[in-house]
Ligand binder design. Structure first.
Ligand code: PEP
Ligand code: MG
Length: 328
């Protein structure tokens, strides 16, 4: 099977009935970029910039950040890379940076992390913005903010980047050809304010890892809870279903970048709901591509909608049965 997946890297990721599904990889280190050539993926849909911070003994300086971002973009060539600004704090603690000034956090996942830190520690965010903008000279920069909970947080982060862009332009530095701004949707509250958010952004990427833990109020790292709530549960699939039309109608790109999309049956469900961009762990590209190339998306769409209108006791079993009966 492994050999078959490797051989499929040059096959297009198109469903049996002709829908192109953009398959990208999640990455975080310089060497992860080689996954693009190994898998034949369309780009990097999530580059977790905090990895560089987590593996460093000291805070990585702007020049060092910039070097990494440029190397990653150069290695990716004309394939897009979506850089996520640092998602630190919470359980991703940095030994050289004290973020627990209010004391140890009881609920770090819901704590002072990601954009919440970045908007307050402006120096950190400004340095990263400059590093990204300078690294993307002459290219398109795709930047995405983690843990956006309310639209103003996105607006403020975007404004900070735009101010850095203007400052660098005033210094006659070669600018990026474009900056595309995105938000991660991983805090459920954001979904209730999509109408406010959508006019201001270019893409939205659903982080199903955090989204699931927040929807179910279930710690994603807790061994007793890890298997308890199914990604194919009606709650998650209905939540995702409600996003698709408004996001696409606003002309905003919609992707899923959580682990969910790397499991073939889950990916099938997402595609059935109309999601056509997935960013997944590199080893999942082969199996997901094999699945979608055998999938008749138009046949699945009404089936999954019907199942979600009147959910069976075992949604997973119902989807698996459909897949088996339909040669997926
Ligand atoms: C997610 O939350 O789904 C996600 C992709 O981000 P991370 O796993 O880095 O929190
Ligand atoms: Mg997350």
């Amino acid at each position: 099977r492994r050999a078959a997946f490797a051989a499929s890297k040059n096959e297009p990721s198109i469903t049996r009935d002709g829908t192109k599904i953009t398959l990208m990889v999640n990455a975080g280190l310089r060497d992860d970029v080689s996954a693009l050539d190994v898998t034949g993926a369309d780009g990097i849909g999530l580059f977790r910039t905090e990895f560089q911070f987590l593996v460093s003994a000291t805070l990585p300086q702007r020049e060092k950040q910039q070097r990494l971002y440029r190397e990653v973009m150069e290695a990716a060539g004309d394939r897009p890379v979506v850089f996520r600004t640092v998602d630190i704090g919470g359980d991703k603690a940095l030994p050289y940076m004290r973020l627990d000034e209010e004391g140890q956090e009881e609920n770090p996942a819901m704590g002072w992390r990601a954009l919440r830190v970045a908007l307050e520690r402006e120096g950190l965010m400004k340095a990263q913005a400059r590093a990204l903008i300078e690294a993307a000279a002459g290219r398109t920069l795709n930047v995405m903010f983690p843990m956006v909970s309310e639209p103003w947080e996105f607006d403020q982060a975007k404004a900070l980047f735009e101010a850095q862009r203007a400052w660098l332009a005033s210094r006659n530095r070669m600018p990026p050809t474009a900056i595309r701004y995105g938000a991660m949707l991983e805090v459920p509250a954001l979904a209730e304010c999509l109408d406010i958010l959508l006019p201001n952004l270019d893409f939205l990427s659903v982080g199903t890892n955090d989204l699931t833990q927040f929807l179910f109020a279930a710690d994603r790292a807790h061994p007793k809870l890890a298997e308890r709530y199914d990604w194919l549960s009606p709650a998650i699939l209905r939540f995702l279903r409600r996003l698709v039309a408004p996001v696409h109608d606003a002309g905003v790109q919609l992707a899923v970048c959580g682990e969910m999309g790397g499991r073939p049956l889950e990916a099938m469900a997402l595609i059935g709901l109309g999601i056509n961009r997935l960013s997944i762990t590199p080893v999942a590209i082969g199996p997901v591509k094999a699945m979608l190339r055998s999938l008749d998306r138009a046949a699945l769409a009404p089936v999954i909608n019907g199942l979600l209108d009147r959910p069976p006791a075992d949604m997973r079993a119902a989807l698996r049965d459909w897949a088996v009966q339909n040669g997926v």
